[in-house]
Write a protein that binds this ligand. Structure first.
Ligand SMILES: C[S@@+](CC[C@H](N)C(=O)[O-])C[C@H]1O[C@@H](n2cnc3c(N)ncnc32)[C@H](O)[C@@H]1O
Length: 232
């Protein structure tokens, strides 16, 4: 999809219908403890590595107890709940109502729901002011133009850091992505949109953000770039 053909409304509709439909079970089992195929197991493991690193970075910000964090595109709430257990006040937002319901259910089971707020909303429209914003494995579904719009909104919600992941462009990844359409099953593919370095830089500039640190996480079929950004 070229940036000129990007239609924000259509794109959101497609993501909502996938993540509130067949994508819900797929991701809930990857983020849960169901037995998985070896391919999906690498995605679960890689994601856990990414979350540990992101958690360390967030802790290193040295925010006070009770600091507010927006988890944009919270999925089943893995990171939100971890933050709430650590004493942060968390706003968990997701485009898919099933994801938000699952996050709430898990938070309640684990007794941290009072440290959390839950909202069905998008990364483009969510509002408020937070001490930090996190957004993991959501922007990987956005081509450059949509990425830039959403990232600008997320950056405007904090004076602090935005910690997020994206899918960097490289030829091997592009090949694996292509291959992923056929293996293990075509219909299981989630579209990953790779962003080129210069497109990322443009999006950062447009949002008035700069890179603090980044780390590439590669684990089997899980590939992502974890980014820590702050205002210029
Ligand atoms: C691959 S999952 C990642 C979930 C979670 N961030 C994690 O890392 O455990 C992607 C999530 O982003 C959500 N999502 C996709 N597009 C979104 C949007 N525009 N606004 C908010 N959430 C969105 C999906 O519903 C899904 O829950």
């Amino acid at each position: 999809m070229s940036s000129s053909s990007f239609n924000a409304e259509e794109h959101k509709k497609m993501l909502r219908s996938y993540f509130d439909g067949q994508g819900f079970q797929r991701w809930a089992s990857i983020y849960g403890d169901d037995k998985l195929s070896s391919v999906r197991n690498t995605v679960r493991q890689g994601h856990a590595v990414m979350m540990d690193k992101a958690f360390d970075w967030l802790q290193q910000l040295g925010l006070p107890k009770g600091a507010t964090v927006l988890d944009a595109g919270c999925g089943t709430g893995l990171f939100s709940i971890r933050l709430a257990k650590e004493g942060y006040k968390v706003k968990s937002v997701d485009i898919a109502s099933q994801m938000v319901a699952k996050t709430k259910e898990e938070a309640t089971k684990q007794g941290v729901q009072n440290n959390m707020e839950f909202e069905v909303n998008t990364i483009e429209s969510v509002s408020g002011t937070y001490d930090a914003v996190v957004c993991f494995d959501v922007l990987i579904h956005y081509p450059a133009e949509g990425f830039s719009q959403a990232f600008r909104n997320l950056s405007s919600l904090t004076k602090g850091s935005v910690i997020f992941t994206y899918a960097p462009y490289n030829n091997i990844l592009a090949f694996q992505h292509w291959l992923g359409g056929y293996f293990p099953k075509k219909e299981r593919r989630t579209t990953i949109q790779m962003i080129r370095e210069e497109e990322m830089q443009k999006a950062m500039d447009a949002a008035g953000m700069k890179l603090k640190n980044r780390e590439k996480i590669s684990w089997g079929f899980y590939h992502t770039m974890l980014m820590n950004s702050s205002h210029k």
